[in-house]
Design a protein around this ligand. Structure first.
Ligand code: MTE
Ligand code: MO
Length: 522
């Protein structure tokens, strides 16, 4: 074999391209690894994956977000990060190939990637220019790495005057690539370890002692029907649905937490965590519901919230007459528009919650302070990681989801759901119990009816309601005959209004329709 053959056969060959792609992937790994490590010391949100991910969440169209929630539920963010990671691998491989074809081309790609991620981090994380540092550092390392690795590769595959020299170049390329890969992984893992060690918020939360409520929720007897498969009256924190746009959970230390109340007020107010608690904490049972909950869906849950009435805080600021809305803001930029009267009405328990089911709020549910307003969908009321209340008007301002096509005002719609039996679990013929939950926050459930196949509507028995803001459980005994049956449910609230039968999608202000399910009896 002579040298010229070797040259054309090698640099253009598939093997060479494979090595170049690998060099690109290792360089991309170095970009991420170095940036994540640097971000661990600065702020987790400044890591390129999270920064670009947050940016994507804010710009993707509504249907894509809905689809993601529908397909992946609470794992929607894992899916997003996975897709981004996959895309990063592909782009990095292409950058390696480009660098092989034309020196500098791959370096330019990594430079552009780093600048994009840096811009996303600077604008998204609220960190400003500091947020750009990790991605830029990672970018510099990746640019150097891809130049070096592909340079070596080119020498190995083409320049060799003799096989001995080729062997040396080959060894150098492989060694450098392996070293790069090890460094990339070490950077990523190191970043994780450092951020776990420095994110002490979990331990701050654990150590936090909240005051005992002056008034506790009293649970009447008969509030819980004992039916296997039925949703419990209070949803354990670990099972409580989670919906938010936050890729990394904001870390807010109650010691540094401030709530600023401003806008159309007589007096601006700035409260710390203890100031808030001094206004008086009580316990409230409230069923929270997401606008994205489909008919029969599970994006709803009930907790005993420990909190302070929002009206106590607003009373300090004294809203002006001209105001009709409060825009609550989270440290992560999310906002919700809530009618002012829903927050000042003494008959409605709108609260700033600090506790959930006997514990401080879990980090993912808004630690240390969130809003909870009975009767309004979460996106217009339940701001987590709360930082600011701006008293304003619906004419002047709008919340996060309103600018993305959802209604500015969104009361929760009267609804009911069958929990058992389920379509995927056949039941034995004979006496069985159909059961589920129904909710009409602020009004209360008056009646729940069940229809089996084409039969008459039969009235179900109801659990004793805790209050008008929580769901009730319902149950109906049924003599099940073998075969396939259709069960349907509908509720009527305490004002005598029947649940809407007509199907409506979740956008722009919540689904409607009676829940039905198929059951196999054997
Ligand atoms: N900061 C922040 N708060 C938020 C959201 C969010 O995306 N960011 N989502 C809202 C929505 S749409 C709902 S339904 C509730 C869900 O609260 P949970 O996750 O505690 O169940 O939080 C609300 N508060
Ligand atoms: Mo929601």
């Amino acid at each position: 074999m002579n040298t010229t053959q070797k040259q054309s056969g090698r640099t253009g060959g598939w093997a060479t391209r494979g090595w170049a792609a690998l060099a690109g992937i290792v360089s991309g790994g170095l970009l991420l690894g170095v940036a994540e490590l640097a971000a661990a010391f600065i702020a987790p949100a400044a890591g390129p994956l999270l920064a670009v991910g947050s940016f994507v969440i804010d710009i993707v169209p509504r249907w894509a977000k809905e689809l993601a929630i529908q397909l992946f539920g609470s794992s929607d963010k894992l899916f997003l990060l996975g897709s981004l990671g996959l895309a990063a691998v592909v782009v990095a491989a292409v950058a390696g190939l480009l660098e092989l074809r034309r020196p500098l081309a791959g370096r330019v790609v990594f430079g552009l990637l780093a600048v994009t991620a840096a811009a996303a981090a600077a604008t998204r994380s609220g960190l400003g220019l500091v947020g750009a540092v990790p991605a830029l550092l990672g970018g510099v390392v990746a640019v150097i790495a891809v130049g070096l690795l592909v340079g070596r590769l080119r020498r190995w595959r083409s320049g060799a005057a003799s096989d001995a020299v080729a062997t040396v170049d080959r060894r150098r390329f492989l060694l450098l690539t392996a070293a790069g890969a090890v460094l990339a992984v070490a950077g990523g893992v190191g970043g994780r370890i450092v951020s776990a060690a420095t994110s002490s918020i979990a331990s701050v939360r654990k150590a936090l002692r909240l005051p005992a409520p002056a008034q506790r929720v009293t649970v009447p007897s008969g509030a819980e029907l004992e039916v296997p498969g039925l949703t419990p009256l209070f949803t354990p924190n670990a099972d409580f649905y989670r919906v938010d746009t936050a890729l990394s959970i904001p870390a807010v230390d109650p010691a540094n937490w401030r709530l600023r109340v401003g806008g159309l007020v007589e007096r601006e107010v700035d409260l710390g965590f203890d100031d808030l608690l001094r206004l008086g904490v009580d316990e409230y049972a409230i069923t929270l519901t997401c606008v994205s909950n489909e008919v029969g869906g599970s994006l709803t849950g009930t907790a005993r919230w420990l909190g302070v009435p929002v009206r106590s805080v607003l009373a300090l600021a004294r809203p002006r007459r001209s105001a009709d809305m409060v825009l609550s803001r989270s440290v992560d930029g999310f906002t919700a528009s809530t009618p002012l009267e829903a927050l000042t009405d003494a008959g409605r328990d709108a609260i700033l919650a600090v506790g959930m089911n006997g514990e401080p709020l879990p980090l993912e549910h808004g630690f240390p302070v969130r809003m909870v307003v009975p009767g309004l969908y979460g996106y217009v009321s339940a701001t987590k990681w709360l930082s600011e209340l701006t008293v304003t008007t619906f004419a002047a301002d709008q919340g996060y989801w309103t600018s993305r096509g959802y209604s500015a005002k969104a009361p929760i719609k009267l609804s009911s759901r069958i929990d058992t039996p389920r379509v995927d679990k056949p039941v034995a013929a004979g006496r069985t119990t159909v059961a589920g939950v129904a909710w009409a926050q602020t009004v209360g459930i008056g009646k729940v009816e069940v229809r089996i196949d084409g039969g008459d509507w039969q009235q179900a028995r109801l659990s004793t309601p805790v209050n008008r803001d929580t769901w009730v459980q319902w149950a109906l005994d049924w003599e099940a005959r073998p075969g396939t049956h259709t069960l349907s449910v509908r509720a009527t609230d305490r004002d005598g209004r029947l649940q809407e039968e007509k199907r409506a999608p979740i956008a722009p202000n919540g689904s409607t329709g009676w829940h039905s399910t198929l059951v196999r009896v054997e």
